[in-house]
Write a protein that binds this ligand. Structure first.
Ligand code: SF4
Length: 406
């Protein structure tokens, strides 16, 4: 890059990355239309901020998802900081702890940076003793005395938000170890959001949210209720990627149509989420500078999607409905209670198919209890498939998982 990083502007970003780089499909698409959209003066472009619920904190509309080995990738943190991506999301379990350890290396090297970052981490335990243990480990790994937003990782049911947890949160806040508390969720999301909105002690939620899910009434109501309750909302999985191949004719047609309008499809999908004012930020997995710069370009570009663009995404969502698992596990797993891992397997295949992260998909798959894993090959999936409102081909995807992840 010829210019200093801090002066890198929207045009530079778009030119450099073409807003692509997320998938092999995007990489094959010409990008001149997106580039021509960058017309403003470089120095005026700043990462937009939004209120995070009623917390009094403003966060950048783009957050760095840290589900990768940051210890070998500190450059991504440096660039994120330079480009205004100061919302950093990690978890105690990401990359076997190397995500948190990498953040700790960065803070140790640049101690003044800590206060500029809105730091999020997550606990995989939900009991007070376990949460204390993991919180202390996260603080130690990240060389910090506090975490801005501490999540329970992957909440499935609002009943998990117990009075004991509430008491733990109060204590952790009083001790100055966490500033805000909440959870991430990709299963039973509407139920979790509705439940949390009635409690009064949940500050933030990270949920899977994209052009597909934002059309569903239950999600619309849940997002509205959470926002009304003052809960800050962060969207993840905004590309709506699924557990099946994405280089279909439909996907290629969508890419062509958006490129003609001046957007890449990835840019359009993020913009659709940003056009929802109740969402404070998008947390995107950006394990390299190419992806980071592509997404920063999308965040800086002020062009709004038109109604026709939204309709295009809606049409695509309807056509490819069965490609995407919405995490509504109460449907398929109630029909097949002996298989309480269907939504998980769909998600792991999404990590492989959409993120291209075979290692993560295999690592997560290996966490499925052995007694369930050995029965997957012989299971009849018809009942679960009939119960799935999106007609996801569950059996087919499980068999692909057996071939690729086992
Ligand atoms: S497979 Fe279908 S029913 Fe099961 S979680 Fe996914 S979308 Fe919902």
């Amino acid at each position: 890059m010829a210019k200093s990083d801090s002066n890198l502007n929207r045009r530079d970003f778009i030119k450099m990355t073409g807003l692509a780089g997320m998938t092999s499909l995007a990489a094959s698409v010409p990008l001149t239309a997106a580039e021509t959209k960058a017309k403003e003066s470089p120095s005026k472009d700043k990462m937009p901020l939004r209120d995070f619920g009623k917390s009094g904190v403003k966060v950048p509309i783009l957050g760095l998802g840290g589900m990768f080995d940051i210890t070998t990738n500190l450059i991504v943190l440096k660039k994120a900081l330079d480009w205004g991506v100061t919302y950093w999301d990690t978890a105690d379990c990401y990359n076997g702890g190397n995500s948190e350890l990498g953040i700790g290396m960065f803070f140790e090297k640049f101690p003044d940076i800590r206060k500029k970052v809105f730091l999020v981490s997550k606990s995989d335990k939900t009991d007070p003793a376990g949460m204390t243990q993991l919180l202390e480990r996260s603080l130690s790994r990240m060389k910090t005395s506090y975490i801005d937003l501490y999540f329970i990782h992957g909440l499935r049911n609002p009943d998990q938000l117990t009075p004991e947890m509430q008491a733990w949160v109060k204590k952790a806040k009083s001790a100055g170890k966490i500033k805000l508390f909440g959870f991430s969720t990709h299963s039973n999301m509407a139920g979790c959001l509705m439940g949390a909105s009635k409690l009064g002690w949940v500050d933030g939620i990270m949920l899977a949210y994209n052009y597909r899910l934002m059309q569903e009434d239950s999600m619309k109501k849940a997002v509205e209720a959470s926002h009304k309750a003052g809960i800050g909302l962060t969207a993840m999985k905004t590309q709506g990627g699924g557990s099946v191949r994405t280089d279909s004719d439909d996907e290629l047609a969508l890419a062509g149509k958006f490129m003609n309008k001046g957007f890449s499809p990835q840019q359009a999908k993020m913009k659709a989420v940003w056009q929802e004012p109740l969402i404070s930020s998008i947390c995107s997995q950006m394990p390299n500078v190419t992806l980071l710069s592509a997404n920063v370009a999308a965040a800086l570009d002020k062009t709004q999607l038109k109604t026709s663009d939204i309709q295009l995404l809606q049409h695509y969502a309807e056509k490819t409905c069965s490609h995407y698992c919405a995490g509504c596990r109460e449907n398929c797993e109630s029909a097949l209670p002996e298989m309480p891992v269907i939504a998980d397997i769909m998600r792991y295949m999404m990590y492989y198919r959409s993120y291209g992260n075979l290692e993560l998909a295999r690592e997560k798959y290996a966490e499925i209890p052995g007694e369930i894993r050995v029965t997957l090959a012989h299971q009849n999936w018809v009942k679960a498939e009939k119960a799935c409102p999106r007609q996801v081909p569950i059996g087919l995807i499980v068999h692909e998982a057996l071939k690729t992840l086992a």
